[in-house]
Design a binder for this molecule. Sequence first.
Ligand SMILES: Cc1cc2nc3c(=O)[nH]c(=O)nc-3n(C[C@H](O)[C@H](O)[C@H](O)COP(=O)(O)O)c2cc1C
Length: 259
Amino acid sequence: MVKSLTSEVEVDIYDIIFKRKSIRKYDNSPLDENVLNRISEELNNLTPLYDDIKTYIKIISGDDVKLRGMKQAPHYLAIFSENKEGYLTNLGFMLQQMDLLFSASGIGSCWQGIPSPKSHVLKSTDLKFIILIAFGMPTETLYRKDTSEFKRKSLENITDIEEAKELLEPVRLAPSAINSQPWFFTGTKDMIQVCSNKPNFLKAMLVNKYISIDVGIAIYHLKVSAEHFKKTAIITFNKDEHIPKGCNYLTTIKLESKE
Ligand SMILES: Cc1cc2nc3c(=O)[nH]c(=O)nc-3n(C[C@H](O)[C@H](O)[C@H](O)COP(=O)(O)O)c2cc1C
């Protein structure tokens, strides 16, 4: 359960996964000062996947962004990181916590790989700029009615673990750049091997930069799902020999019962 950014209500993030969507149409008025303060607090409390990677997240306004054809939002998170092994997956995992929290709080948001911050924002840190997330009050419907509205691969196309289908359904629904869903889950229900698909040459030019972020997002959805089923997700490296052809092994998620 998480506390909403806009009220005292507690929300189950697991439920949000089944209806969230990217929001691209915003009311241009800024959010209330108290809500922006709550967002800043949450940014300081995000759980990293790897805790030895420096990150910096700044709230900026729509006027601080070069839009490159995208619609303007009133606010953006500008996300920076140290360039270290696992840094993109770490950011995907951390910032998906905000994407779901925004949605749970009635605020729209969308990961934005195409726009970039103006130069004065880039000068605010020595860390490398990675990506933006737009956010603000939506002027389109915030939620999907049910999972049939998600355009996603079927479970059979993202996993060969028969007994983990219920656990992996919220992972199937995770967002990814140009909806490429570059993930595959193999192994066993207690030791899930996380892999990324190798894109074909043309697609690679568009998505290579985002694959690791996308996988971090999916790992966060897996953590939320594991907790819903009273399990703890532990990130390890334990490559099994049976990784299917065309998949890159990334990490293993060990699931332990909470009792
Ligand atoms: C890393 C990343 C980058 C993205 N970049 C953009 C973008 O530049 N512009 C945009 O409109 N949507 C962008 N998206 C949103 C995806 O297009 C969207 O998540 C995907 O199509 C699935 O739709 P949904 O989020 O509504 O479920 C991005 C998503 C991710 C995860």
